[in-house]
Each structure stands twice: as structure tokens, then as C-alpha cells.
Design a protein around this ligand. Structure first.
Ligand code: ZN
Length: 504
């Protein structure tokens, strides 16, 4: 073997070893959240901590640094294959980022946020922000310290965004969210003013969980989810977990008194899973065998959940099967009523329960608060008050308690600043993909009406999924849609769908 070939082989073996740590940690996490015995949780968490620590050492080792340097050399890099080049770039990015934080500060942050998440649970239960406040102040201070270590472009927040959504900046988000906010606030006001309300209580009768499970499985099969490379389980907070390329698991939640929860969680997580099951096998054993960003990942789940799963066409085909499983429960619920009920729009306090239209406003509030905290324009102590003001301004509702307000999400106590915008970007991207799909397959919604989802899945596989992390989010958007990131398509979709539903 030539010297370069040997170096590449050594690098690829090293990456494979890191992937094996990832696989073990993912499987242990999945197990913790799907029925691991309570008494084993503490030891299991310690075991995860050990493996995560070793993985961090692998990701920051001088040995890896030497390999990266050798492979990045101008005399070597251009001759590498495309996958190794992308892997070098990706690993180097993480390596440099991690090496900039002193190891003892990193450890201190892990300990602080682990403690803060426990305190957050107590604070939320007591609806008392003052309990969490000192922890949050320290987390913001440490985040600020890390931003100085990492360096940043135009805005201090940009470097946080870059972790979740490479290439996305405050400048871009301000522009996209600005337009989306104006249009959404106006649409929500018109919907509220229309006075049209739909009775959702029939969907909150008793629905046997075992039959709900059957329906969830049926939906995943129809979407083209590969059960031989995955499985469906139950959990408190549904998630998808890619253990490896051929083991991509979905979880959902069967609420006995709300038939919507399992249906839309399953479709949502199924959308994430189709992404991971669609990545090119060429990328196995590299960090590229993953969705390219949180936002693109979320675009896949939202695409299936909202654009397909909440469409009239989807239920024209699938409602008969739901009726077959729940003939008595849904006897007096027409297809039309069901479709309206799963598209009910109403300003509400809790993000994770928000409908398709108001959801993005919840995200924008968090984005603006995070940005201000990081820039030093807002004090942690002032969060609850500013939260209420923004809720009133954007959604017209205001929480009576902190539990229903500033304390509702776990993210900040976990130190995850910069994460929230990905959720709304997912909706923005999904609408752009939907327009591109309509250009390539003009009758795709007719196919949905006939229960044919294969061509849609194949299109997503080909345009988005197979690339894994080979392409950055911005590159995928450009390549698939011919445009840059913009909210025009999401705004148009909202109008097209909700104006007729609400007689506007
Ligand atoms: Zn998701």
C-alpha cells in the first residue's frame, strides 16, 4: 500500500471505532427510554457517562489530530476520495471545536447541566423560576465563555447556530423569521376572528392502545418504513434513534384518551426514520452516515406529519382503516370532521402541543430570547416577564404560571442554546421541498389519495436522504429546490391550506 492509502485506512478504522461507541451509547439511551427497569437507571447512566467520556477522548486525541493534519495536507487532500474528504472536513470541524474548550471547563459544564436538568424538573413541578435561575445564570455565563473560545462571525449567537445548522446565521434567521412572523400572526388572527371552531372531543374518547398500535404499524408500512431494519416501541416522549444504518428505531406514545397522539408521533418519527434508512450504505462507518443537520432532519418528519399526514388526501385513503379499528368510537365522526379536527388551529401556551400554524411563533420567541441572552441584552432574571410579553404579542395568550411559560422546555437547563431555530427551519425547508416535489411529480397529492406513497419516498431518498452528511443543509436546499432558504413556500402553503378550512 502507498503511504496515503495506509493513512486513509488507519483513519477509516479510527472512525469505525468511534461509530461503535456511538452505537453502544445510542442503544443504551434507547433502552433507558423504552422500558429499562427503574432500579438500573443510575448504573446505566454512569456506564453511558464512561463511554461518552471515552468517545470524547477519541474525538480530541492527539493521534486523531495527527491523522487529520496529514490528510488535510495540500499534497494529500485533493487526491482523497470524495467520502474521505468529507469525513476529514466533518471530523476536523468537531475536533477543532472540542479542542478549543479546556477539558476541565467541558467537564464542569457537563456536571452543571446534568444538575440543572434535575433542578428544572423540580422548578417546573413547583412552577417556581427562582429555583432554576442561578443555574441558568451559570449556564449562560459558561456558554458565553465557550463562545469566546470558539470565536464567531457577525453575531455571538452564530457560533451556537452553527452546531445545529451549519451555515445558518442570525442575519439569515432574522430575515426568514421576520417574514414568517408577520404572515403567521396575521393568519392566526384571521382564524381566531373567523369564529369557526371544530369539536375535537370525539377524538378524546377511549381508544384501545393495542388497536392504536396496529394502526401505527400500518402507517409506517405504508410510508415504506423497513421493519426488517427497525422496530416500533412505546415511550413517554417519542423519538427516533438510528442505532446503525440497518437498525433505525421508531418510538411513539399511545394515549388511551387521544387517538391523535400516536398517529402523528408515529408519522413524525417515521419521517425521521425514513431519512436514516435512506442514507447511502457507502457512508457506513463514517460520521457522514447521519442526517446532515437538525433542521433538515426535522424537515423530513414535518413533511410526513403535516404536509402528508394532515392532508385531506391522506385521510381519504387511510380513514377507512382507522374506522375499521374503531367503528364504535368514530361512528359519528365523518371524514370531513376528522380532517378538520386534526387541523384545528388555536393559539396555546405549550410549544409541543401547538398546531402546525402557531408552532413557529413559539420557536421565534425562544430564538429572540436566546439571542438577547447571548448578546448580553437580556438578564436571566428578566426571562419570565419578557416571555409573557412576547406570548401576548405573537400569540395573544399569556401563561398564568412559569410552568406553562418559561419553564416548559428542558433545552436551556441542558445548555442547548441554538437548538430551537432548527424546529422552525425544518418547517421552512419542508415547504421548499414540497414545492420542488410538486414540480417534479405534479400529481403527488393524487398519489397520496390513492394510498401510493412509494414515489414520494423514492424522491426524498434520491434528493435528500442518500447524501447523509455529504452535503451541507444549504447545499441540499439549493440542489433540490434551485433556491436559497426562504419562507415564501411555507407562507403560501399555510394560506392554501388554512384559508379554505377556516372560510377566509
Ligand atoms: Zn422531530
Amino acid at each position: 500500500m502507498t503511504d496515503v492509502a495506509e493513512r486513509v485506512a488507519e483513519f477509516r478504522t479510527y472512525l469505525k471505532r468511534m461509530q461503535h461507541y456511538h452505537e453502544a451509547i445510542s442503544l443504551m439511551h434507547w433502552d433507558l427510554r423504552t422500558g429499562a427497569p427503574r432500579k438500573g437507571v443510575e448504573l446505566r447512566s454512569e456506564a453511558i457517562g464512561t463511554l461518552a467520556g471515552e468517545l470524547f477522548e477519541l474525538a480530541t486525541s492527539p493521534q486523531l489530530g495527527e491523522m487529520l493534519e496529514a490528510l488535510s495536507d495540500d499534497s494529500v487532500f485533493p487526491a482523497l476520495d470524495r467520502i474521505t474528504q468529507a469525513a476529514v472536513r466533518e471530523v476536523r470541524r468537531e475536533y477543532e471545536r472540542n479542542r478549543k474548550i479546556p477539558a476541565d471547563r467541558h467537564r464542569a459544564f457537563v456536571v452543571l447541566t446534568a444538575k440543572a436538568q434535575t433542578v428544572w424538573e423540580e422548578a417546573k413541578a413547583a412552577s417556581d423560576f427562582s429555583l432554576l435561575r442561578p443555574y441558568l445564570e451559570e449556564i449562560v455565563a459558561m456558554t458565553s465563555e465557550f463562545i469566546d473560545c470558539w470565536g464567531y462571525g457577525e453575531h455571538r449567537y452564530d457560533t451556537l447556530l452553527d452546531m445545529y445548522e451549519p451555515g445558518v446565521t442570525v442575519r439569515l434567521l432574522d430575515d426568514i423569521f421576520g417574514r414568517l412572523r408577520e404572515d403567521t400572526v396575521a393568519l392566526v388572527q384571521a382564524i381566531v376572528a373567523s369564529g369557526r371552531r371544530v369539536d375535537t372531543t370525539p377524538l378524546q374518547r377511549y381508544f384501545d392502545p393495542a388497536r392504536q398500535r396496529q394502526f401505527s404499524r400500518l402507517l409506517l408500512e405504508r410510508m415504506g418504513y423497513d421493519f426488517e431494519a427497525g422496530r416500533l416501541d412505546e415511550t413517554a416522549h417519542p423519538f427516533e434513534s438510528a442505532i446503525n444504518r440497518y437498525d433505525v428505531r421508531v418510538t411513539t406514545k399511545f394515549l388511551p384518551h387521544d387517538v391523535r397522539s400516536a398517529i402523528f408521533s408515529t408519522i413524525h418519527e417515521g419521517g425521521h426514520a425514513l431519512y436514516e434508512q435512506g442514507i447511502s450504505p457507502d457512508l457506513i462507518d463514517t460520521p457522514l452516515c447521519n442526517g446532515t443537520s437538525y433542521g433538515i432532519h426535522e424537515s423530513q418528519s414535518r413533511f410526513w406529519e403535516n404536509f402528508i399526514g394532515r392532508s385531506r388526501e391522506f385521510w381519504e385513503f387511510n380513514y377507512a382503516d382507522l374506522l375499521r379499528l374503531f367503528p364504535a368510537e368514530l361512528a359519528d365522526v365523518s371524514l370531513d370532521h376528522f380532517h378538520r379536527a386534526v387541523n384545528h388551529v388555536e393559539p396555546s401556551l405549550i410549544r409541543i402541543e401547538a398546531d402546525e400554524v402557531t408552532y413557529n411563533l413559539h420557536i421565534m420567541i425562544r430564538y429572540e430570547l436566546e439571542k438577547a441572552l447571548v448578546a448580553g441584552d437580556l438578564k436571566v432574571a428578566d426571562l419570565p416577564g419578557v416571555w409573557r410579553e412576547k406570548m401576548r404579542e405573537y400569540l395573544g395568550v399569556e401563561p398564568a404560571t412559569d410552568a406553562e411559560g418559561v419553564l416548559q422546555d428542558v433545552h436551556w437547563s441542558g445548555g442547548d442554546f441554538g437548538y430551537f431555530p432548527s424546529y422552525a427551519l425544518g418547517n421552512v425547508y419542508a415547504a421548499q421541498f414540497r414545492s420542488a416535489l410538486a414540480r417534479d411529480i405534479p400529481d403527488f397529492m393524487e398519489q397520496v389519495r390513492r394510498g401510493e406513497l412509494q414515489a414520494i419516498k423514492a424522491w426524498l431518498n434520491d434528493r435528500i436522504h442518500r447524501h447523509g452528511k455529504l452535503l451541507k443543509p444549504k447545499e441540499i436546499i439549493r440542489q433540490v429546490t434551485g433556491e436559497d432558504v426562504n419562507a415564501v413556500h411555507l407562507v403560501a402553503y399555510f394560506r392554501e391550506k388554512f384559508e379554505p378550512l377556516y372560510g377566509l
